[in-house]
Design a protein around this ligand. Structure first.
Ligand code: UGA
Length: 443
């Protein structure tokens, strides 16, 4: 089988590489000629563990290639995936579908013989029908079906998420398209991955509902963490205590500085707008969006209060700036709120991140960027852990303490335990766990 992946962003590149690994001949297309040239040289424009090897292996096997020529890539394909960006439209929070519709027009002009056009980008309910209408308008007699096939990849573990997903969602009313998608995902049928076959609209909504539910789960535990701080309870144990109930589940119950990234903030907002427009407002998700925004803004205050109420003239060390570990992605990262707020309070900020500093340096001014986890600590008045990179989980605490001017640690990811930090002599604050209280916290 042959497929064409339109868009070599995060979703397109990972999905294209993984389909080629499944044995499908895959051509990835992008308008950005410089990006295509880089990909042809084997340079991967995004940070994703394992992706470079997967791409080079499949390029060598001649199953994966890159081109700027959409027309010829589409002509030979059995299925064409639309994996272009759908950023939040400025002003109203709706997903901007102009790239999707432009891709649909170009695909319409290029394909030959029966073709399945698949939307893989996260698109609001109704977009698949509009893609169908656009193609039908340009090619009234063409033989094609439109299918929605949302992805559930997480940055940092995208390849294993693709290769061993919890489920595959296929939204189409056409038996022919369903059979074609079944062929493409054949290796997953062999490992008995559940496949949800549904209508176009339902598949589109599943994606938004999944991300909004997960964002709600995180926001719920974040608010429980705030309550824990007031009533001397431990959020880690609450999460374990409720998560062991199979109806709730343990995942996505880690309290933190608020969710970020390119997906949850954008998709919750888009679902809110879609629901309002449809006359079925989702008040829970509206609240989640607000609570999370305020939470990210309030994180700097925690650092300020750990420093005795003011950071004026103080030096604050920040460990981790990306929105989560194993990515260089800074989009909607809590660090983008926290660092400017500390600077506005008169602090000098010294920071280190294993992968995000190049991008962060473009977005944040006046920060001293360091080469390792210990360098920013030298002479600092406090250290704040903002991202749970593995290399921050086992710091040499004696060394940390000796480098800091004052042994204050604000752990916004709860990677250390209050009793061990108290024993090590730190003034330690975390999320939803009373400082220094020797609760018998379990893993
Ligand atoms: C998310 C979803 O998890 C994927 O299934 C989905 O495909 C993807 O969005 C998308 O729509 O493309 P991603 O944004 O890569 O993936 O990252 P997550 O691992 O879901 O983390 C999102 C945010 O939630 C991060 O800021 C993370 O720190 C935060 N988080 C996550 C918590 O604060 N607590 C948790 O328990 C889990």
């Amino acid at each position: 089988m042959r497929i064409c992946m339109v868009g070599t962003g995060y979703v397109g590149l990972v999905s294209g590489a993984c389909f080629s690994e499944f044995g499908v001949t895959t051509v990835c297309v992008d308008k950005d000629e410089a990006k295509i040239a880089r990909l042809r040289r084997g340079e991967i424009p995004i940070y994703e563990p394992g992706l470079e090897d997967l791409v080079s292996k499949n390029v060598r096997a001649e199953r994966l290639s890159f081109t700027g020529d959409l027309n010829s890539a589409v002509r030979d394909a059995d299925a064409v995936f639309i994996a272009v960006g759908t950023p939040s439209r400025r002003g109203d929070g709706h997903a901007d579908l102009s790239y999707v519709y432009r891709a649909a027009e170009e695909i319409a002009r290029g394909f030959d013989g029966y073709t399945v056009v698949v939307t893989k980008s996260t698109v609001p309910v109704g977009t698949g029908r509009e893609v169908e209408r656009i193609i039908r308008g340009i090619r009234p007699d063409a033989d094609f079906d439109v299918c929605s096939n949302p992805e559930f990849l997480r940055e940092g573990s995208a390849i294993s998420d693709f290769m061993r997903p919890d489920r595959v969602v296929i939204g189409t009313e056409s038996e022919r398209a369903r059979a074609m998608m079944g062929q493409l995902y054949r290796p997953l049928y062999l490992i008995e991955t559940p496949v949800v076959v549904t209508t176009l609209e339902t598949a589109e909504l599943i994606k938004y509902a999944a991300n909004s539910f997960l964002a709600t789960k995180i926001t719920f535990i974040n608010e429980i963490a705030d309550l824990c701080e007031q009533v001397n309870a431990n959020v880690h144990d609450v999460a374990r205590g409720i998560g062991l109930d199979g109806r709730i589940g343990r995942k996505f119950l880690h309290a933190g500085p608020g969710y970020g990234g390119s997906c949850f903030p954008k998709d919750t907002l888009a679902l809110v707008r879609t629901a309002q427009d449809a006359g079925a407002p989702m008040r829970i998700v509206e609240t989640v969006v607000d609570v999370n925004r305020l939470r990210k803004q309030s994180m700097a205050e925690r650092i300020v209060s750990a420093c005795g109420g003011s950071v004026d003239g103080k030096t604050i060390a920040i460990l981790g700036v990306t929105f989560k570990p194993n990515t260089d992605d800074m989009r909607e990262s809590p660090a983008l709120e926290v660092i400017p707020a500390l600077q506005a309070g008169g602090a000098q900020v010294r920071a280190y991140d294993p992968a995000g500093m190049a991008e962060a340096a473009r977005l944040l001014q006046g920060v001293t960027w360091c080469q390792n986890a210990y360098e920013p600590l030298d002479g600092a008045d406090a250290v704040a852990i903002m991202t749970e990179w593995n290399e921050f989980r086992a710091l040499d605490l004696k060394r940390v303490k000796s480098l800091l001017r004052v042994p204050v640690m604000v752990d916004l990811r709860n990677i250390y335990k209050p009793p061990e930090m108290a024993t090590a002599g730190f003034r330690y604050t975390s999320i939803g766990r009373p400082a220094g209280v020797a609760t018998p916290e379990q893993d």
